[in-house]
Design a protein around this ligand. Structure first.
Ligand SMILES: *Cc1c(COP(=O)(O)O)cnc(C)c1O
Length: 411
């Protein structure tokens, strides 16, 4: 259809104009390609094209040059071979679950996992006849004991959500492997930078089967995009996920894919900056009077610190790598009103969920309502989580100091 019959009809001429820009354009950023419809040169090509293997293009939902490029870069980031993109991190968790679970099957989730993953198991998955159980990620024996012949999927998360205890991830993966159960990691915290999810020991001998990642956080880096990825190494496993993805009609917008492609080159630098500032402030918070505990896996004495050290300690020439998150426990003698006042008094830290963006954020949590069991290592008190952004660390410290003074007075 390139050689359209010349027509005086401007509507037609604007759609079927034959101009082609010269080939040979190259720039640091890949072009953005937008499509629902993909055009085939002829019917035979349309019949021949395969949507699954990236050998061609069939429909916007099945990929464009833009999404293929992003998928390949995410495979490089996480050390995988196959990737699918979904509209949020939670959609990544849901797609894995729907791809791998069926009626009568069972999923195991750490009690300290990202809350909405647990809620999905108790809600939607239960509705489809999938059972679930929670295990204690800090006690590998509790995972071994929870696996039954019906177990089809085990979720892993390192560290745990909000309380940030770091599990013995290689040991948990070994248990899954020994029992022939698929091990899927929510790798949002590690982000492909703190450790290699498909090569946990650095010798190619042990890795997870699936890495799900909320690109919403560090890969986006802007606090302005929602996206998720599911990376695998095994072709058959990828195909099951890809089929579920296709049947669910999931895809991502080209502008959002572009935003993530734009942010990926600075991700390692940003991650290191978030990490260093978070550790500086976590240490400082340890010395503040109303704080009875600081939860950050790189801190000496933190729950699972040795596991963090073993998995992430070699990164960045021995500095180790961690995300920009920590939580503090304010003394149980403080009132909730004081803790809320502290959060409200912060000026640079804004109140909001999520993390990985430029702006520092704070959220108070009530752990007892989120867990089947409150972790034994958690000191009694009020938990507040901080996500450290990219502001000047001195300014953030001063902000914490003035808010501590406003809420708790004195020293
Ligand atoms: C944010 C987050 C998700 C969900 O990502 P969304 O894009 O917000 O849906 C999943 N897991 C973890 C650990 C997260 O922090």
């Amino acid at each position: 259809m390139q050689d359209t019959t010349p027509t005086p009809n401007m509507a037609t001429r604007l759609i079927h104009h034959g101009y082609q820009p010269p080939a040979g354009f190259e720039a640091p950023m890949p072009g953005i390609h937008k499509a629902s419809t993909v055009i085939f040169p002829d019917v035979a090509a349309m019949r021949r094209r395969e949507w699954k293997d990236k050998s061609g293009y069939t429909y916007g939902l099945h990929g464009t040059p833009t999404t293929f490029t992003l998928e390949e870069r995410l495979c490089a980031l996480e050390g995988g071979r196959h990737c699918v993109l979904v509209p949020s991190g939670l959609a990544a968790l849901a797609t894995v679950a729907l791809a791998l679970l069926r009626q009568g099957g069972e999923v195991l989730i750490p009690d300290n996992a990202y809350g909405p993953n647990k809620a999905m198991a108790a809600g939607l998955l239960a509705q489809y006849g999938v059972r679930h159980a929670f295990y204690d990620a800090m006690d590998p024996a509790s995972l071994a004991a929870a696996i039954t012949p019906a177990t089809r999927l085990v979720w892993l998360e390192a560290p745990g959500s909000v309380t940030l205890e770091f599990p013995d991830l290689p040991e948990l993966v070994r248990i899954c492997r020994a029992r022939g159960v698929t091990a899927a990691l929510d790798n949002t915290w590690g982000a492909g930078l703190a450790f290699a999810p498909f090569d946990l020991l650095g010798d190619g001998s042990l890795g997870v089967d699936v890495s799900a990642h909320a690109l919403t956080k560090y890969p986006s880096g802007g606090g302005d995009v929602l996206m998720g990825s599911i990376v695998t190494r095994d072709a058959a496993l990828h195909l099951r996920i890809q089929n579920a993805h296709m049947h669910l009609g999931l895809g991502v917008g080209a502008n959002d894919a572009e935003a993530v492609l734009r942010a990926l080159p600075s991700m390692a630098l940003r991650y290191a900056a978030h990490d260093r500032a978070a550790r500086t402030l976590a240490h400082w918070m340890q010395q503040q009077a109303p704080v009875v505990q600081v939860l950050h896996p790189a801190l000496e004495g933190a729950p699972g610190h040795a596991h963090w050290q073993a998995l992430c300690g070699a990164a960045r020439d021995g500095e180790g790598a961690a995300a920009g998150l920590f939580s503090v426990v304010f003394d149980a003698a403080c009132s909730q009103a004081q803790v809320d006042r502290f959060c409200d008094s912060l000026r640079l830290f804004r109140i909001g969920y999520s993390w990985g963006g430029p702006m520092s954020l704070v959220v108070p949590y009530e752990i007892a309502s989120m867990r089947r069991q409150v972790p034994a290592h958690l000191r009694p008190g009020h938990v507040v989580r901080f996500s450290i952004g990219l502001e000047g660390v001195d300014d953030l410290r001063a902000d914490l100091q003035q808010a501590l003074h406003q809420a708790f007075g004195g020293a």
